[in-house]
Design a protein around this ligand. Structure first.
Ligand code: FMN
Ligand code: SF4
Length: 465
């Protein structure tokens, strides 16, 4: 696999905090040469743990795992007493369709993940830190294994940290161990409580909340769960200071975002851009526009579970949590899926519904049964056998899943259907009135539904920052 990065369409002022344009940055020597670990960690370990958390609070960093929850605030939920063991769990399950950004950090900047884990562990006085990587990422797992081994050998992780960073005065030197864990191929274990069950060796079932992980997490102990991209931002915050970080991009959701661009664009890939970048700039300026200069029919801005936007409503839409909320969608994982004017929206939605039906863990009835209903009705419409009443039926089923489940996979399954019906109703009406199949020449190259021949899936592997 090539390690080359392409940067041709990047403005020089665009900050590259997570995927810097430095050849060989994944190697520990190069990382050290550019300020990683050494003095930066010394500075962090000379601060109090509370001061480190305060710096992250000041930065306004928000989680990149989907919910955009404030990271410093989350860290401050950990109990203040040290009576129980405490854990940090970094979520590298990355299974949301349209999302492929964490793997670029594994590949191009693994040490920033490790350093972020060390800083977070210190801030929360964690006893043991885990990095959970999805099983399908075997290549990236091996890269992380090497990075962790190299950091251990240099004394940046584990017992040797005490010699590397001796405490000043009467202070106690801090050390923490990091363990990697490989998943077994389930989307649902990306949900934080299922992630904990999976790491503990159990079935990947989400837990009922409350209690929340900060009180009852791994093995019943206080635990903080953060996404890979979130944690990779932490060394940068400690380097530049929380206030400076808070001024990058949109103040309510600052920093850069790794935006995964896929679908009908000329240059798919991962783009590191300041939050608040115009969605149209991501698609046209960085992504090179739509093949054949076709119009856009639909864009899903944050991974397949997020509400889709109409192609004629993209003007002025910015890529950050608050701006997307204003237009009835969500930043999610920043996975932008573009579909041109020829796309068969119903076919796409059927494929998405199949994914969530397949990945439902089955614990709660609205999700287990509802996802099956959604798929059944959608397939009926997709195959030219839908009735006009099916459109409202779809919407009703989606409404009855939402808010009635143990975890947010319920919403992940319901939202795409509910909002596609609301925003593209004319497509459904046309389809059920003509009941022809296939309805459109372009059923999206990378999507397939049972019964159709498998086609080559286009996986963008080039990093463009
Ligand atoms: C069904 C489902 C799947 C999820 N998958 C992931 C995932 O693959 N990676 C991730 O970081 N967060 C995922 N999340 C969100 C996590 O539950 C959790 O909010 C996140 O890891 C917290 O990290 P952050 O605060 O840094 O964003 C998922 C949530 C749900 C409901
Ligand atoms: S919402 Fe779905 S995935 Fe989540 S616990 Fe219920 S059945 Fe399982």
């Amino acid at each position: 696999m090539s390690e080359t990065t392409e940067h041709s369409q990047t403005e020089s002022s665009t900050p590259k905090l997570i995927l810097p344009d430095i050849p060989g940055f994944k190697n520990i020597e190069t990382y050290l040469k550019h300020g990683g670990y050494g003095d930066r960690l010394k500075k962090v370990f000379s601060m109090t743990p509370v001061a480190v958390t305060d710096e992250v609070k000041k930065s306004n960093l928000r989680g990149r795992g989907g919910a955009a929850f404030p990271t410093g605030l989350k860290w401050s939920f950990m109990p203040k007493d040290n009576a129980r063991k405490r854990y940090l769990l970094i979520n590298g399950d990355e299974s949301e369709p349209g999302s492929f950004k964490d793997r670029q950090i594994f590949e191009f900047n693994p040490h920033q993940i490790i350093e972020g884990m060390l800083i977070a562990s210190y801030a929360m006085q964690v006893d043991h830190a885990y990095l959970y990587i999805r099983g399908e990422y075997a290549y990236w797992y091996r890269l992380m294994e090497k990075a962790v081994a190299d950091a251990y050998a240099k004394g940046f992780i584990g017992e040797k940290m005490k010699e590397m960073f001796p405490a000043s005065g009467d202070g106690v030197s801090y050390s923490v161990d990091i363990t990697l864990h490989k998943g077994a191929g389930a989307y649902i274990v990306g949900e934080e409580s299922a992630l904990m069950n999976s790491l503990e060796g159990g079935r990947g079932y989400p837990r009922v909340k409350p209690p929340f992980p900060a009180n009852v997490g791994l093995w019943g102990q206080p635990t903080t769960i953060n996404n890979v991209e979130t944690i990779a931002n932490v060394p940068i915050i400690m380097e530049m200071g929380g206030e400076a970080f808070s001024k990058i991009g949109e103040p309510k959701h600052p920093g850069t975002l790794l935006l995964g661009l896929s679908g009908h664009v000329n240059r798919p890939g991962v783009y590191e851009l300041p939050s608040g970048t115009l969605l149209t700039d991501v698609i046209y300026k960085y992504g090179g526009g739509v093949p054949g200069n076709k119009k856009i029919k639909m864009v899903i801005p944050g991974g397949s579970s997020m509400p889709p936007l109409r192609g004629d409503s993209l003007e002025g839409v910015k890529m950050d949590a608050e701006s997307l909320k204003l237009v009835g969608s969500s930043i999610g994982t920043g996975g932008i899926m573009v579909m041109d004017e020829d796309t068969d929206i119903i076919h796409v939605l059927t494929r998405i519904a199949k994914f969530y039906w397949h990945e439902s863990c089955g614990q709660c009835t609205p999700c287990r049964e509802g996802t099956g209903w959604l798929l059944k009705v959608l397939r009926r419409i997709d195959q030219g056998q839908g009735a006009p009443s099916d459109i409202d039926l779809l919407h009703d089923v989606a409404q009855n899943i939402e808010g009635r489940t143990i975890c947010a996979l319920g919403e992940a399954a319901a939202w795409p259907v509910k909002f596609t019906v609301q925003r593209f109703r004319e497509e459904f009406e046309k389809k059920v009135s003509t009941n022809n199949v296939p309805s459109s020449p372009n059923r999206v190259h990378s999507l397939r539904v049972g019964g159709l021949e498998p086609v080559q899936v286009h996986v963008p592997i080039v990093v463009r920052v």
